[in-house]
Design a protein around this ligand. Structure first.
Ligand SMILES: O=C(CO)[C@H](O)[C@H](O)COP(=O)(O)O
Length: 234
């Protein structure tokens, strides 16, 4: 794939929560493509972040797409609230069920792009029956819940398998990778087939005066792979 098409989605999880509006303005000006918002409920994942009222309040600080990753269960009762608050892409986990297909249909009915997220141990086969119903696959390259974790390199094989499926399907589906993305790991993720890279720690490191350089460094590193191609088998 062309690295020109790579999108960088800084995760607000690593921003200063005391000044989120200013952080969004700064990361937007620094070249972010999407604003990635991690919603955690303290139940589906062992951490708590923010909900629809905060997303609504932040909407006025940028025109960039809000890429909202829902790590909450049950997810269905809150879909309308997140759509109404200003989410553009809404990504859910199959385990947040009970009816993934219905959930994805509802997201699209709300006029939003529908994403599905696979945890490190979740099988690629879960995509089999929903390829018509998604606009984005989010591969978690860490276990969800916290920023600053190490990239799980076994996910490269999964990314490559999903890239093949998307290409064979001929559908316009984004392949996003989230967790441990840095200048050391982004090249391998892109070489395996990712085209949207979530980066929290790597985007927000060093404060606002570093954001543009951080994102530029990620884009440059996206063209460099660290592992030999044979390690990515699928
Ligand atoms: O969804 C997440 C954790 O559940 C975060 O988006 C992800 O971990 C990004 O943080 P970092 O780039 O620091 O790894």
């Amino acid at each position: 794939m062309s690295t020109n098409a790579v999108r960088i989605a800084p995760s607000l999880l690593s921003a200063d929560f005391g000044i989120l509006g200013a952080e969004i303005e700064a990361i937007d000006a620094a070249g972010a493509d999407f604003i990635h918002i991690d919603v955690m409920d303290g139940h589906f994942v062992p951490n708590l972040t923010l909900g629809p009222p905060v997303i609504r309040a932040l909407r006025r600080f940028t025109a960039k797409p809000f890429d909202v990753h829902l790590m909450i269960a049950p997810v269905d009762p809150l879909l309308d609230a997140f759509a109404d608050a200003g989410a553009d892409i809404i990504t859910v986990h199959p385990e947040a069920g009970p009816h993934l297909h219905r959930t994805l249909q509802r997201i699209r009915q709300l006029g939003k792009k529908a994403g599905v997220s696979l945890n490190p141990a979740s099988p690629v086969a879960w995509l089999d029956s929903i390829m018509d119903d998604i606009d984005l696959v989010l591969v978690m390259s860490v276990n969800p819940g916290f920023g600053g974790q190490a990239f799980i390199s076994s996910q490269l094989d999964k990314i490559a398998q999903i890239r093949r499926r998307i290409d064979l399907s001929g559908r316009d589906i984004m392949l996003e990778v989230d967790g441990g993305i840095s200048i050391q790991t982004i090249g391998d993720a892109v070489a395996a087939g990712a085209d949207v890279l979530v980066a929290g720690t790597a985007s927000f490191a060093g404060g606002p005066e570093r954001y543009a350089d951080n994102i530029a460094a990620l884009r440059a590193a996206a063209k460099v792979r660290a592992v030999v191609p044979e390690q990515v088998t699928a």
